[in-house]
Write a protein that binds this ligand. Structure first.
Ligand code: 1HE
Length: 264
């Protein structure tokens, strides 16, 4: 049950349910949802213990900001070996978001910076309120990204834009984020959670095999040499088509019981 699941999580993350959607709320507003070890491990535990009937996840943050990134108060004492281990824990936790069992939507507002942007980069759909802004202050703090940013952000926005963000401290607004690929949906301030929940609910109604193909196969196919990618795509397509849920949905369309695709 959600009660049992919540009880296994630290207080810095909150698990909730809305039907088939599980909500993961960063719950450290007093520290602007800065990501300390406990919070990162809490994110991992949330995904490790996702109940079987959860079909999508909505990630959001309590308070005025989505996340201020790495909890800088933890940095002082860390030596080189501990720094490597720390970064590898973030990699492990965020892999469970990107390559977990279900698609993940994030509702972003306020600061989405540093490790908070790395976290946002690991989800599948980003809804940004107008208040949201993106930055990589690591450059000016004398450190470097460690939560997978070097791998995921260039794939979203390109190496040159990421370099600029780190070298000059440039920030992007939620609206600017639309053009460069950080914002998937732009909504008015205060509307991010509702829009995120609407999208997560819609995603939860897809055939689970389609969601698997899109979140697990697609990003890997996109990185393959074209010949391997075409072969993998053909396999994925035939597997998806053979699923009984796909057959039912195709039949429903042909019998005029399913909605047409129209302008929104
Ligand atoms: C923090 C952190 C934090 C806030 N670590 N404690 N990230 C940054 O460089 C961003 C640092 N934070 C900020 O620039 C601002 O806090 C915000 C713009 C996000 C929010 O401003 P504001 O005015 O709403 O809040 P505040 O007064 O700055 O912060 C409230 C409290 O949260 C305060 O503590 P208090 O004890 O004085 O109440 C802040 O110290 C605390 N706080 N952000 C620790 N980040 C895997 S590598 C990733 C590397 C990075 O992420 S580097 C980027 C780090």
């Amino acid at each position: 049950s959600t009660d049992h699941w919540q009880a296994s999580l630290p207080s810095s993350v909150q698990a909730e349910r809305q039907g088939p959607v599980a909500i993961l709320r960063l719950n450290r507003a007093h520290k602007r949802n800065a990501l300390d070890d406990e919070t990162v491990l809490g994110i991992e535990a949330f995904f490790d213990n996702l109940p079987d009937d959860v079909l999508s996840v909505l990630l959001c943050g309590d308070g005025e900001h989505f996340s201020a990134g790495l909890d800088l108060s933890e940095l002082e004492e860390r030596d080189i070996q501990q720094g490597i281990a720390h970064s590898r824990v973030w990699h492990r936790a965020f892999e469970k978001i990107q390559y977990g069992r279900v698609p993940v939507v994030a509702a972003l507002h306020g600061a989405v910076v540093g490790g908070g942007l790395e976290l946002a980069a690991s989800v599948h759909v980003r809804v940004a309120e107008r208040s949201a802004y993106y930055a990589l202050p690591e450059g000016s703090r004398g450190i470097y990204v460690g939560g997978g940013g070097s791998v995921r952000l260039p794939r979203l926005i390109g190496v040159a834009r990421m370099m600029d963000m780190m070298l000059t401290g440039r920030t992007y607004s939620a609206e600017e984020g639309l053009a460069i690929g950080l914002t998937t949906y732009l909504v008015e301030t205060g509307k991010g959670f509702a829009k995120g929940l609407e999208l997560a609910t819609r995603i939860a109604s897809n055939a689970p095999l389609t969601n698997f193909a899109v979140t697990q196969a697609l990003p890997r196919i996109a990185e393959m040499a074209p010949g391997s990618g075409f072969a993998m795509e053909a396999l994925m397509a035939s597997i998806a088509q053979a699923d009984p849920m796909a057959k039912d949905r195709l039949k429903a369309f042909l019998e005029k019981r399913a909605p047409k695709v129209t302008r929104s």
